[in-house]
Design a binder for this molecule. Structure first.
Ligand code: GDP
Ligand code: IMO
Ligand code: MG
Length: 423
């Protein structure tokens, strides 16, 4: 029996989906525990590309139970569309379960996300505008609507009506927007309720029973350490806890059950949306990385900001997640650059530091210190063993292990499920 967790160590899009799909092969249950359809996880299996936003990336393997945990905020229209798309590609969603405690993303959350971002003007966060922040705000404000409420017609109607009394005032009086008609939302969502009913259950019970029975469970992280509400580059973060600690609160299991925590990173760094990024290369190098790695958002299509790998960040992510192994992607991509730089520390106020500051003003003073590596400008996409990797690639990977204190266990050399080296 093994309970494994896969989390992002940077600002998302590290290639978590690819490893979750791979590790799902020998898992019985795959669980999403945080975020919503702000996530975009790409999987390329047998030459077919899938982009999953809500449904766990284990769904491509037959016979797996895939749970959307209570920590996830669910937009039912997006979920139903994803189910339809998968079914259309011949993928069964019979193994899907949704926690009855998961909160719903409502139409007013999506509008408020947009209105708030517009209101922030030049200091906007660059959210995905999927209603994620406003849905989590309602959860903590205790006015959220859960899956179990959607399953009870009268409760749902009453909650939509009482919420809209306040939401419409905010939308109209504060932001000058157009409010919602409760009847329209009610009829739309009650339609979703009937389609989703067969999936909705107390998922934490299913999970507990599976763990007790010795099944293999895999937790699928969305977002990443530096987008974490508590430990990320606040306020340029998402509104949930995507770190390993979020597994327990987002699915309903105790921490004692977790055996392994994989931290996924790219051999460089990317970020989509606003906020600090110490090793960003807003220049030809960044442009080259973006084109070589095809760094365009899976969810919004936005070009991703690109820069060098920052081991100060990975060391921090290792600490707050309790990482037991690194899974590093795009080793094929980075090897194509003329010279490769690796950030080993920061220089701040004349001192060398290896911690990641909490204050964004302090972070702005940090100047990355780099070590330079020679490239391995040969095609490694067909390499399947560590020994076969070029010496320069091994040197780069070893140095990452030394600086972060965590062993590299998986190496990505391409988009496909099989383009992975197990160390
Ligand atoms: P996630 O959100 O962490 O699942 O990552 P995304 O799917 O948003 O972004 C990762 C991108 O990198 C996708 O386009 C993947 O197909 C691609 N990818 C993942 N691993 C590798 C790799 O090792 N090499 C290359 N060239 N592409 C990769
Ligand atoms: P995956 O799971 C990359 C970013 C947004 C924005 C910030 C807040 O694919 O790695 P939100 O809509 O969550 O309120 O936006 O967080 N963001 C992501 N960036 N990958 C993601 O998910 C992200 N999910 C949110 O771009 O900067
Ligand atoms: Mg992504």
């Amino acid at each position: 029996m093994a309970v494994r967790v896969v989390v992002g160590t940077q600002w998302g899009d590290e290639g978590k989906g690819k490893y979750i799909d791979m590790l799902a092969g020998d898992s019985d249950i795959v669980v999403r525990f945080s975020g919503g359809n702000n996530a975009g996880h790409t999987i390329v299996a047998d030459g077919v590309k899938y982009a999953l936003h809500l449904i766990p990336s284990g769904i491509l393997h037959k016979g797996k139970t895939c749970i959307i945990g209570n920590g996830v905020v669910v937009d039912p229209s997006v979920l139903l569309q994803e189910i339809e798309e998968l079914n259309g590609k011949g993928i069964s969603t019979d193994g899907l379960l949704i926690s009855d405690r998961a909160h719903l993303i409502m139409p007013y959350h999506k509008l408020l996300d947009e209105l708030q971002e517009n209101f922030r003007g030049s200091s906007n966060i660059g959210t995905t505008k999927r209603g994620i922040g406003p849905a989590y705000m309602d959860k903590t404000e205790r006015s959220g609507i859960r899956m179990c409420d959607l399953m009870e017609k009268e409760t749902f109607i009453q909650k939509v009506k009482s919420n809209l009394e306040v939401k419409n005032l905010i939308i109209e009086k504060v932001y000058g927007g157009k409010g919602f008609n409760p009847e329209e939302i009610i009829s739309e969502y009650l339609g979703y309720a009937e389609k989703l009913r067969k999936y909705v259950t107390d998922a934490s019970v299913v999970l507990f029973d599976a763990i007790e029975a010795g099944k293999n469970v895999l937790f699928e992280g969305a977002q990443a350490a530096f987008l974490d509400l508590d430990f990320g580059t606040y306020p340029y973060v998402t509104s949930s806890n995507p770190i390993a600690g979020g597994v327990c609160t987002g699915s309903g299991i105790g921490p004692v059950y977790i055996d392994e925590v994989f931290g996924v990173l790219k051999a460089y760094t990317s970020r989509v949306g606003a906020g600090p990024f110490p090793t960003e290369q807003n220049n030809e190098i960044g442009d080259t990385i973006r084109e070589l790695g095809w760094e365009y958002g899976t969810t919004t299509g936005r070009p991703r900001r690109c820069g060098w790998l920052d081991t100060v960040m990975i060391k921090y992510a290792a600490r707050i997640n309790g990482l037991t192994g690194l899974a590093i992607n795009h080793v094929d991509t980075i090897g194509k650059l003329d010279k490769i730089k690796l950030c080993t520390a920061y220089k701040k106020d004349g001192k060398i530091i290896t911690y990641f500051p909490s204050s964004l003003n302090e972070l702005a003073k940090c100047e990355p210190i780099y070590e330079e590596f020679d490239n391995w400008n040969i095609d490694i996409s067909g390499v399947r063993s560590y020994e076969e990797l070029p010496a320069n690639a091994k040197k780069y990977l070893k140095r990452i292990e030394e600086l972060t204190g965590v062993k590299v266990k998986l190496i990505g050399v391409g988009k496909e499920r099989e383009q992975t080296i197990k160390v």
